[in-house]
Write a protein that binds this ligand. Structure first.
Ligand code: IVH
Length: 695
């Protein structure tokens, strides 16, 4: 949208200001910030560092605070809503928001093309094909250069006014120089989406808070637009693609911009105005046969995109033909959606099993009539907790819609009450542990019911499974099934029993030949020498993941040193917050846990810090975190490189972090790091250079 000369001009102003912060007028400063927002969010080609952007932004906030009367509605500072939006007003669209007709195969497309050619009276049609973004549709109205209203589709005639929330999406400009294009009023359509990465990060945050995760980015995006507090919307890293101009008024005496004579031209115009239109994604294709070919080949690329699409939209490129063909009451006759194979299916929720995990958390698991989605047969799905069951109003015997989006684990999207026969039953959550019958308990502010009986069989077995798992003690050739079998036979009743197993008896069991017993013995023996952090992780202390275990272990000489650390001392470690510190403290102040650890030591397990932590490596004292997809290195190798030089890997962004290494498609971690401001944000190449230069 900015030409070379403008880019240079803005860069000069930016550099001058940053080198020598001086009085700068508000208007120029706003323009400079808008320019950098565009470069970052739309053009994906930032020209300054986040820190530098922040310096400019803070100057704007300071100047506006000094002269509040000079604050304009489209100032970059006005994205952050400061008022709570309790209800959304319903407002009419300037032009009804129609839907699209769907097609699923070549015949449907050929049929559409035939009717369009007949209606238009032409021999061949040129199409503009673009992604069908899987999100929530919005309409935006700009008047006198300002974004004055944004609303949801609603019933197509009127939608909810969500202007405050939409203003949080940084790729949507708050103002555009409409008059420059001879336009007075403009209504445009687009789709608010959450990228796969932002969705993943969002679900991770929900998991941390013990809140049920969302099934797909579309639900996450649609739900985000209805948040009552615009600040929460800002946290969710939404994005928007603008794909249609639905209405515009020309200024008196102005002529139609040349670009508006084709749909692809209108995408270019939108792009020039500063919108993220599918300008780079679109294809102009002659004739329906070529469109069919493109649709078939593009479906294979679906999973490579950083956002979800559920198909392609095929639009006649010549706008004059749009006029000529018009629309039905439901959809335009100049466009059709080509839908990819569904990743959704309906099936019957037959029963619910309640599983007890190693921390005693009871998770309901829906048992489904097996159904194939995207090449995988799904027969059971976690339904998280009691609240989730109530919220989704799931009942035994219900027909449920399930979805497997990309590589996300399958989820129940909703039940379908319209298909109920009246024989469906409510799902009763047990009051007692389904395994040991102890009364279940729920902590305040938690959604999870727990069995707190430390002798509960299910927990013991799950603890053993965790202990031997790959990231913990990594005892290969054990396997969940064997652990359950040994437990049932009374051969393995607790973790220490792993090291005193009766192999003579085991070798008499079916399926245990000489070789497999030998392998098991070797693997168990080798595990005794595992580094300290693995043992700490293997103990299964709540909230102590692998990364935290590494941090904590690096402060110890012996595992039992942890008996002597106060909660405050623990909190001083990188990556250890209040919750984690409490949990570790509690664990090491329970007599039976200390006994267990002593027993493991007497069985020959290593409890001593033997890892040569290259404390004197040149990266020592520095904390690193990786986010997004790396191109050259495997994530685990990159972490190892930093650790080999004494660096330390954190599991989340906090003020203790020194370097965030940003790969492709980085999401909320990057945003959070920018907010903290002191963290150095570097690329994979910069990281490699840093490690190579560190001796
Ligand atoms: S054009 C009047 N283009 O798909 C035509 N729609 O199933 C307006 N969608 O309601 C729609 N990507 O929410 C159009 N590139 C695209 C789209 C797109 C996603 C959504 C939109 C629409 C729905 C129809």
């Amino acid at each position: 949208m900015y030409n070379k000369a403008q880019i240079q001009q803005f860069q000069t102003i930016t550099k001058e200001f940053l080198q020598n912060p001086h009085d700068i007028d508000l208007e120029t400063l706003r323009k400079v910030l808008k320019f950098h927002e565009y470069q970052y969010y739309v053009a994906a080609a930032p020209l300054i560092s986040d820190y530098e952007y922040d310096v400019l932004y803070q100057q704007l906030v300071a100047l506006e605070a000094a002269s509040p009367l000079l604050i304009t509605k489209d100032s970059p500072s006005q994205r952050v809503g400061n008022s709570l939006n309790n209800a959304f007003e319903t407002v009419p669209h300037l032009v009804p928001m129609l839907s699209l007709e769907n097609s699923y195969n070549a015949e449907d497309l050929i049929d559409f093309d035939r009717k369009a050619k007949e209606g238009a009276g032409v021999e061949m049609i040129t199409y503009c094909v673009e992604p069908k973004f899987d999100g929530a549709s919005i309409s935006l109205i700009y008047e006198n250069d300002l974004l004055v209203r944004a609303c949801t589709r609603g019933d197509g005639i009127a939608g909810d006014d969500i202007t405050q929330n939409i203003k949080q999406i940084k790729s949507i400009p708050l103002s555009i120089p409409l008059s420059h294009y001879g336009i007075q009023q403009l209504e445009i359509r687009g789709e608010v989406i959450m990228s796969k990465k932002a969705f993943h990060d969002f679900n991770e945050r929900l998991k941390e808070k013990n809140i049920a995760t969302l099934a797909n980015p579309r639900n996450a995006a649609a739900g985000s637009l209805r948040m009552k507090d615009p600040k929460e919307v800002a946290d969710r890293n939404l994005d928007a693609f603008i794909y249609n101009i639905s209405f515009f008024n020309l200024l008196p005496g102005a002529t139609l911009p040349e670009l508006l004579t084709t749909h692809s031209g209108s995408l270019e115009l939108l792009w020039n105005m500063g919108f993220r239109s599918p300008q780079k994604e679109k294809r102009i294709i002659n004739g329906i046969d070529n469109v069919v070919e493109f649709c078939n080949s593009f479906e294979l690329e679906r999973d490579q995109l950083p956002y979800e699409i559920d198909g392609l939209v095929i639009k006649i490129n010549d706008m004059a033909l749009h006029e000529k063909l018009g629309m039905t009451s439901h959809h335009p006759r100049w466009a059709i959606a080509y839908k990819f194979k569904a990743r959704q299916a309906t099936t019957i929720l037959e029963s619910v099993e309640f599983q007890v995990g190693r921390t005693g958390a009871v998770t309901p698991v829906a048992k489904l009539q097996p159904v194939a989605i995207g090449g995988v047969t799904v027969s059971s799905i976690s339904i998280h907790n009691e609240e989730y069951i109530r919220e989704k109003d799931l009942r035994l015997g219900d027909t449920v819609l399930i979805e497997r989006a990309g590589d996300v684990i399958p989820q129940i999207v909703q039940s379908i009450p319209a298909l109920r026969k009246g024989t469906e039953k409510t799902i009763e959550f047990p009051t007692n542990c389904p395994v040991c019958d102890a009364l279940l308990e729920k902590e305040e502010a938690e959604a999870v019911w727990r069995c707190n009986n430390p002798l509960c069989t299910a927990q013991i077995v799950e603890r053993i499974i965790h202990f031997v798992s790959k990231d913990a003690m990594d005892i290969k050739s054990f396997g969940d099934a064997n652990i359950r079998k040994f437990y049932e036979l009374g051969l393995l009743k607790s973790v220490p029993d792993i090291y005193t197993l009766d192999f003579e008896k085991i070798s008499t069991l079916e399926g245990f030949g000489k070789k497999s017993v030998e392998n098991l013995i070797t693997a168990i023996d080798a595990s005794k020498k595992q580094p300290l952090y693995r043992l700490l992780y293997a103990l299964g202390i709540r909230f102590v993941g692998e990364t935290t275990a590494k941090t904590v272990a690096s402060h110890l000489n012996h595992l039992l040193d942890l008996k002597d650390f106060s909660e405050e001392q623990l909190q001083s470690f990188d990556d250890v917050g209040v919750k984690v510190a409490k949990s570790i403290y509690h664990f090491f102040h329970e007599a039976q846990n200390i006994q267990l650890i002593q027993q493991l030591e007497s069985l020959g397990l290593n409890l001593i810090q033997t890892e040569i932590l290259s404390k004197d490596g040149s990266l020592s004292g520095l904390n690193f975190l990786f986010t997004g997809t790396l191109n050259k290195l495997k994530r685990s190798d990159a972490e190892g490189m930093a650790e080999a030089k004494g660096g330390h890997i954190l599991s989340g962004v906090s003020s203790k972090l020194h370097y965030l290494i940003v790969g492709e498609d980085a999401g909320s971690k990057l945003e959070k790091a920018k907010k903290i401001g002191t963290i150095k944000i570097i690329t994979e190449d910069e990281f490699i250079a840093l490690v190579e230069g560190a001796n």
